[in-house]
Design a protein. Structure first.
Length: 408
């Protein structure tokens, strides 16, 4: 079997990017030191469907160093960093990914990874797990899922008694969603916005649709840049929280007409409809920080103007009823298409959860029935402790008296 990438000559550039990320993901030093000798993944075939970034390469190479055989494809047609794909391919990792895949190519790459006949599936968004179930493959011993959207899709599948193997919801780990979703995506989404537009944010009116962990991060970072931030929500508790965090909370119909930027981050379909877009002012900039390209009604936008103009890399200009509407990254995930995704220090937490969850599945899969499982609390705490250690932070410990007082 052979993988498919854009340009194998980019491997050296990919190596430099990998080394840079690896130097800032020192949690993996601890994991390798702990597990390298007994190689717990020896003989295990792993299928990865992740955004192929320099940070992902650190996870994949560490899994390989622990004995795994690996095939990987991208979790988004536009997010692959071609130098990283070449680097992974140069290390005997079956890599099926290149930037700007068509939808059919994207789906075929996922099928190529499934044909690898993996033991464990590692996914970001649920597309790999979904296609495994459609294919009828029965060998899978278990899987992991990286995102809120992916976990939601799998819960629906499980509720219909269709889930075929146990899946660890990595996204639900405290050391994942509290940091990657909030701080990582918060920073990288603003980074993507700046790289795509090059515009000044202070004083601009930014509307954040959704106040989950991603929305909280984006709203906070946008306010830190001096923007005037509003929030829309459908969940009353989150709406109340946003209000008490100091953001103006209102319905989309109220805010859409004056917003300079609108960023969706809900995991829901048609958050911004074509009806909403028609009410917006000329020059508004639309972006999505959710996993899939369904939050903004992009299809209707392209139907209204079938010949949009690309005015900058990752920025398209639509003219509708005499008004100008800008769309970033074709409505796909802003921080990975227009930027490089979450920083390595943050992804170290997420991917440490992935790697330790994979090892947990290998050791315990015979006792795990099909279902959605949380990352074991022991792993969550271990990663937090390793992260603190890497930052040279020491914390207090409970005394024996305090332990007895709490019933420990």
């Amino acid at each position: 079997m052979m993988g498919r990438i854009s340009d194998k000559n980019l491997a050296q550039a990919g190596k430099r990017a990998h080394v840079w990320a690896r130097a800032h993901m020192t949690i993996f030093d601890y994991i390798l030191k702990r597990y390298a000798q007994n190689k717990p993944l020896l003989g295990i075939k792993l299928a990865f469907c992740l955004h192929i970034t320099k940070e992902t390469s650190v996870l994949v190479r560490c899994a390989q160093n622990l004995g795994a055989q690996i095939a990987i494809c991208s979790a988004n047609p536009l997010s692959t960093q071609d130098d990283i794909a070449a680097f992974l391919s140069s290390h005997n990792i079956l890599t099926y990914a290149w930037r700007d895949e068509s939808n059919s190519e994207y789906n075929e790459c996922i099928m190529d990874v499934i044909r690898f006949d993996p033991d464990i599936a590692v996914d970001d968004g649920g597309d790999l797990h979904n296609k495994i179930h459609q294919s009828g493959t029965t060998k899978i011993m278990g899987g992991t899922e990286e995102t809120t959207s992916g976990v939601s899709r799998l819960r629906i599948l499980h509720s219909r008694k269709g889930l075929a193997y146990p899946i660890i919801a990595v996204n639900n780990a405290s050391t994942k969603h509290l940091f990657d979703n909030r701080y990582g995506t918060g920073q990288s989404a603003i980074d993507g916005l700046l790289r795509a537009t090059g515009l000044f944010l202070a004083g601009k009116r930014i509307l954040v649709c959704g106040y989950g962990w991603v929305g909280k991060g984006i709203a906070s970072r946008a306010r830190g840049m001096g923007a005037i931030v509003s929030v829309t929500e459908v969940d009353p508790v989150r709406a109340l929280e946003a209000s008490m965090d100091g953001f103006y909370v209102a319905q989309l119909s109220v805010c859409a007409g004056y917003a300079d930027f609108i960023i969706t981050c809900t995991g829901q379909k048609h958050v911004v409809t074509i009806g909403d877009i028609l009410k917006m002012k000329s020059g508004v900039i639309l972006a999505n920080a959710g996993h899939f390209d369904v939050e903004i009604d992009v299809k209707s936008l392209y139907n209204k103007d079938r010949s949009p103009v690309q005015v900058r890399p990752n920025v398209e200009q639509f003219t509708i009823n005499g008004k100008i509407i800008y769309l970033i990254s074709c409505g796909r995930v802003l921080n990975l298409v227009s930027s490089e995704g979450s920083p390595p220090e943050i992804m170290a937490l997420s991917f440490a959860n992935q790697l330790l969850s994979i090892i947990h599945l290998v050791k315990n899969n015979k006792g795990m029935r099909p279902g959605i499982y949380c990352v074991p609390k022991k792993i969550d705490n271990l990663i937090a402790q390793a992260a603190l250690k890497s930052m040279n932070i020491e914390i207090d410990k409970l005394s024996k008296v305090q332990q007895r007082y709490q019933g420990i």
